[in-house]
Design a binder for this molecule. Sequence first.
Ligand SMILES: *Cc1c(COP(=O)(O)O)cnc(C)c1O
Length: 266
Amino acid sequence: MTAYLQHKDLANTQIDPARAAQIRDGVLCTLDRLHEAEQKAGRPEGSVTLLAATKTRDVGEIAAALAAGITTIGENRPQEIQIKAPVLAHLVESDPELKAPDLHLIGQLQKNKINKVLPYATTIESVDSLQEAQNIASRVPEHAPNTTIRLFLEVNESGEESKSGCDPHAAYDEALKIAALAEETHAIELAGLMTIGAHVDDEARVRAGFAALRELGEKIRQSGEPGTKNCTRLSMGMTEDMPLAVEEGSTQVRVGTGIFGPRAFI
Ligand SMILES: *Cc1c(COP(=O)(O)O)cnc(C)c1O
């Protein structure tokens, strides 16, 4: 699955001008689509954050996206974060035109990889259980001292077996338990919910999954239970289903292909 890691130098910082221009166009085009969707949904321009999904992209490609206005990036694999994040941090420090991005983990996190991610990520969007939240919280003091890591509960709203995330029927209870833990430790915060849209042509079904995530967020906050008041973010929508997600209340879309073009691997 990660064979491409051996074929592509993810730490590469060089980029030819034509490729950089292509990425800039991808960012601007995606922002146009996003603003159009916001307008159509009657929401203020800029109310939805554009996260660039940077899996398989090298540091030079990521820097081109930052130069074009991206402020938040999402990585899927701890191994890629470990390779790219230190090089990117160095590049950003040496270039006054670039600002350090907010780095989110949007893919699965195994227990033995938590320590690798914590020094770099502000947010982990793929948490699917209280157990995982506990594992993360217990490692924050050592590996990301004096920070609060934002957690999103990932919910498998589409019910597709290939997808990760918490069962929607269990999600409310799980979210309240994570919120209670967050209230106790301050190492973590329950900051929102994440879902991957159903991979089907039926627009109504895709939309229903997004609406269910929004309603779950409202229910969590309205419970008034400890640690639930910051559960305000909804990470939903990708290149294909971004407009639907924005209409259903997304606060952050995660776009890879729309910015960088097709992935050569995975
Ligand atoms: C790759 C990925 C995205 C972006 O997908 P595109 O279809 O390329 O926009 C979004 N979210 C997650 C979790 C991903 O793995």
